[in-house]
Design a protein around this ligand. Structure first.
Ligand code: ARG
Length: 413
C-alpha cells in the first residue's frame, strides 16, 4: 500500500511545492490540510483547490477559529501569557491547534507521516514535532524545507518547471505568521536590529501617531473570559475580533523585540496584537481586584513558566496541564467589569467593578467611614520585622553592622 503523508498546508509557495517534492522524494501520497485560525487573507476554498492542483490526493480546510479562540487564546488570556514579559505567544498558540487537526487527518486518511513547512532555525518546527509525537507517538515527522533541502530558489524553480498555480514573483521581504490573536513579522531589513520597523510592516494596527479620538469601552468578564463588550454579549472569538478592530484603530499592541528562541538564536521580532494586548491589560486589572494577594503573587510566577512552556512547544506536556489547573482555579472570582480607554497606542484601565471584589472601600479609605483598625498595624510590624531585628543585632555583635556612610553624603562616595 502507498504510504500517505499529511502536510500542514498554508497555500504559499513553499508548502505548494512541498506537495510534489514530498511525493517525488518519498513516493508517498500527500494529503494537504489547511487550518483556519483567523489568519484572514485568501479564500480558503481557493487554497484547497490549489493543493489539489499541486498534486495532493486529498485536501481540506478546517475552520478552527472558535476552537482556537476558546481553547487556546482564552487559556493564554487567563495566564496573561507573554513570553519574556512581552510577546503574547501568537504563533506558539496556533501550532497546537493545527497539530490537533493534522493528527486527526492522519488517523482519518491512514497516514504514517505528518509534514510541515518550517525551517531548521525556528521554534515552530519544535512545536509541530513535539506536538505531533505527543498526540500520535507512532507518527513520523517530515520537514521538506529542512530535511529534503527545499530552498526558496529550488522552490521557485520547481514551481516554474512544473507550471504550478502559484505566484513565484511576489517579493514580500517578510516572513509573516498571523492569526486572530495577532501577527508576527520577521526577516528582511528587520534583521538589522538597529533598523526601525517601517509603516508597511503593520496591517492589524494603524499608526498610533495621529490617533482618532479616544475610544472607551466596558468589558465584562466571567471567570477570566470576556463575555460582553458595552453590554453586548460576545463569544471569545467575537471579543478578540472586536478588540482587534477597536484597539487596532488606536495602534495598540505593537511590539518590537529581540527574543530568545528555543534553538539558541536571538532574533528580532515585530508583533502586532491589538486585541490580545488590550484584553490582557483589562484581565490583569480585574485580577488585581479579585484575586487574593498570595494567590496573585504565586500566579505571576506560574504565568512566566506557563508562557515559557507554551513558547517552547510544550502545550501538551504534563507540567503545562498541571499549571493550567492552577490557573483555572485562580479564575473562580475573576468576574466583573473593566472600563478601558484605547488611545494613541495605549490601552488604559480607568475603572473596575466586581461583585466578587476583594477591594473594600471602607478598609481602603482615608476619609470618614474607615473601618480599618489602625492599632493592629503596630503589633503586626513588630512581629513581621522581628527576624530582621534579631539578625541585625547579631551582625552588630560580630562587627558587621551596615555602613551608614558619612553625614550628608552618599554611602561609598
Ligand atoms: N518568533 C515567534 C515565535 O516563535 C514567531 C514565529 C513566526 N513564524 C513565522 N514563520 N514567521 O513564536
Amino acid at each position: 500500500m502507498t504510504e500517505r503523508v499529511v502536510l500542514a498546508y498554508s497555500g504559499g509557495l513553499d508548502t505548494s511545492v512541498g506537495i510534489g517534492w514530498i511525493a517525488e522524494a518519498t513516493g508517498a501520497e500527500v494529503i494537504a490540510v489547511a487550518v483556519d485560525v483567523g489568519q484572514g487573507g485568501e479564500d480558503l476554498e481557493a487554497i484547497r483547490r490549489r493543493a489539489l492542483d499541486c498534486g495532493a490526493v486529498e485536501a481540506y480546510v478546517a475552520d478552527a477559529r472558535d476552537e482556537f479562540a476558546d481553547e487556546y487564546c482564552m487559556p493564554a488570556l487567563k495566564a496573561n501569557g507573554m513570553y519574556m514579559g512581552r510577546y503574547p505567544l501568537v504563533s506558539a498558540l496556533s501550532r497546537p491547534v493545527i497539530v490537533k487537526h493534522l493528527v486527526r487527518a492522519a488517523r482519518q486518511f491512514g497516514a504514517t507521516t505528518v509534514a510541515h513547512g518550517c525551517t531548521g532555525k525556528g521554534n515552530d518546527q519544535v512545536r509541530f514535532e513535539v506536538g505531533i509525537t505527543s498526540l500520535g507517538p507512532d507518527l513520523k515527522c517530515l520537514a521538506p524545507i529542512r530535511d529534503l533541502a527545499l530552498t526558496r530558489d529550488k522552490a521557485i524553480d520547481y514551481a516554474t518547471t512544473h507550471d504550478l498555480p502559484i505566484s513565484t514573483t511576489k517579493a514580500n521581504p517578510f516572513s509573516i505568521d498571523q492569526n486572530v490573536w495577532g501577527r508576527a513579522i520577521e526577516t528582511g531589513f528587520l534583521e538589522d536590529i538597529w533598523n526601525g520597523p517601517t509603516k508597511d510592516v503593520y496591517t492589524y494596527t494603524d499608526s498610533p501617531e495621529f490617533p482618532p479620538v479616544a475610544d472607551e469601552l466596558v468589558l465584562r468578564f466571567e471567570r477570566g473570559v470576556p463575555v460582553a463588550i458595552d453590554g453586548v454579549a460576545v463569544t471569545p472569538l467575537q471579543a478578540i475580533q472586536e478588540m482587534n478592530r477597536r484597539a487596532g484603530a488606536q495602534g495598540v499592541g505593537r511590539i518590537d523585540m529581540v527574543e530568545d528562541r528555543l534553538v539558541g538564536i536571538k532574533s528580532r521580532e515585530v508583533y502586532e496584537a491589538p486585541g490580545a494586548m488590550a484584553l490582557i491589560a483589562a484581565h490583569q486589572e480585574l485580577e488585581n481586584v479579585t484575586v487574593e494577594r498570595e494567590q496573585a503573587r504565586y500566579k505571576r510566577l506560574v504565568e512566566v513558566r506557563w508562557s515559557e512552556l507554551v513558547y517552547d512547544g510544550q502545550w501538551f506536556s504534563p507540567l503545562k496541564g498541571s499549571l493550567d489547573a492552577f490557573i483555572e482555579d485562580t479564575q473562580r472570582y475573576v468576574s466583573g467589569e473593566v472600563r478601558l480607554e484605547l488611545h494613541g497606542g495605549r490601552a488604559t484601565v480607568n475603572g473596575r467593578r466586581s461583585e466578587s471584589a476583594l477591594y473594600d472601600f471602607n478598609l481602603a479609605t482615608y476619609d470618614t467611614g474607615d473601618s480599618f483598625d489602625q492599632s493592629a498595624a503596630r503589633g503586626f510590624i513588630e512581629l513581621f520585622g522581628l527576624s530582621s531585628k534579631l539578625a541585625a543585632a547579631r551582625d552588630e555583635k560580630f562587627g558587621n553592622a551596615p555602613d551608614l556612610g558619612t553625614q550628608g553624603g552618599i554611602a561609598g562616595v
